[in-house]
Design a binder for this molecule. Structure first.
Ligand code: NAD
Length: 352
């Protein structure tokens, strides 16, 4: 039996263990705590290493790497986006990620991030709405009822006090699935047969569709004054959800402008169109919503710092949890220069 060094075992959080963690903490509480962790990191934004994510595009999708560091801890996520996967019975978005110690470069944790991405995306959306949505917003339209949708609905309930969610998807089966999953979770769930019907009386409009094209999920005449739009699905070059005229009427808030200008709804605008960085609203460096008639738009694409916050949150919950397996993924010989000797000794041990 070849035995790895105990020092270099890396905790791995599987999908199964992530589900146990969500069930143990509760999805709503976990997203509220993730939002707190993300806000704490957004408040120290300037000290992070920041770069637009590294994207490898193909005709039907994208594979991306999302790195960042706060100088003490480093994190990255691998994530894909393949809207046509669903027809093959596969997820549109899957992900995994890693945290590492900057002082040694050794990994601290490897984790599934398909579930964690849905949780952190919803937590970030609701966090943005906490700062930008009209006061007293209680009803949200949820357009696109796929994998992310229940997470979005529950995060807005937990963080923004939403009481009603109005569902619409071009595929009625997706709406039925979402309504079924949300039943009994404390929201008034209203399935609708058009985007217009879903938006009736809603103060918050979330678009979370998947299609690799310049789609027009919302046209200008559908959007009244004073609403908050949480645009989640447009997150790649050539993949948007809102008509350009809506953007021209909105105050636009983004995560990291150099990335959002490539990937977000604002790829449709001039490169110098003014936008506000969300972290600046949180620190008070920039205003959020100015008045009740303003349309605020969170042009969400997903930024590395949110994944970093989410990975650190999970890591902080692992001790004594039993919710991880140790992986032998770092070669760590007793004498650091005797890497080859480690193989020879292992061979001799195996032969004995
Ligand atoms: P999914 O494929 O599970 O669901 C997408 C849903 O959109 C499907 O049910 C589909 O029928 C519906 N849809 C497509 N076109 C529509 C239209 N014109 N009107 C109404 N509904 C329509 O995908 P998902 O995992 O829920 O992800 C949704 C989107 O969010 C994707 O585009 C994904 O890339 C994006 N996303 C963004 C972030 C972020 O941080 N901003 C994070 C994760 C995912």
């Amino acid at each position: 039996m070849l035995t790895p060094s105990r020092n270099a075992l890396v905790p791995f959080v599987s999908v199964d263990n992530m589900m146990r963690l969500v069930l143990r903490i509760g999805a709503e509480r976990m997203m509220a705590e993730l939002a707190e962790a993300i806000e704490a990191d957004f408040r120290r934004w300037p000290l992070f290493d920041k770069t637009p994510r590294v994207a490898s595009h193909s005709e039907i999708g994208v594979i991306e790497l999302m790195p960042t560091s706060d100088g003490e801890t480093y994190g990255f996520k691998y994530v894909n986006g393949h809207p046509s996967n669903m027809k093959k019975g596969l997820q549109t978005v899957t992900a995994f990620g890693l945290l590492a110690d900057v002082a040694t470069g050794y990994p601290l944790m490897l984790s599934e991030m398909t579930l964690l991405t849905a949780l952190r995306t919803a937590a970030t959306s609701a966090l943005a709405a906490k700062w930008l949505a009209p006061a007293g917003a209680r009803s949200m339209a949820m357009i696109g009822n796929g994998a992310q949708s229940e997470f979005q609905a529950l995060a807005f309930k937990a963080i923004c006090g939403i009481r009603e969610v109005r569902l619409y998807d071009i595929d009625p089966a997706a709406t039925r699935k979402c309504a079924r999953n949300l039943a009994g979770l404390g929201l008034n769930v209203v399935p609708c047969t058009s985007a217009e019907a879903a938006m009736e009386g809603a103060q918050i409009i979330t678009t979370c569709t998947a299609d690799k094209q310049y789609a027009t999920i919302l046209t200008d005449n559908m959007v009244g004054s004073g609403v908050h739009i949480n645009a989640v699905g447009g997150d790649c070059p050539g993949k948007t959800e809102l008509h350009r005229d809506i953007l021209l009427r909105s105050s636009i808030f983004v995560e990291y402008p150099p990335q959002t200008r490539i990937e977000g709804e604002i790829q449709q605008l001039d490169p110098d169109h003014p936008v506000t960085e969300l972290w600046q609203v949180m620190t008070g460096a920039a205003p959020g919503r100015r008045d009740a008639r303003e349309i605020t738009l969170f042009d969400s694409v997903g930024f590395a710092i949110e994944d970093f916050s989410a990975l650190r949150y999970v890591h902080s919950r692992l001790k004594d949890s039993g919710l991880y397996q140790n992986l032998d993924m770092i070669a760590d010989p007793d004498d650091p220069r005797d890497l080859f000797g480690m193989i020879l000794r292992a061979g001799a041990d195996a032969a004995a």
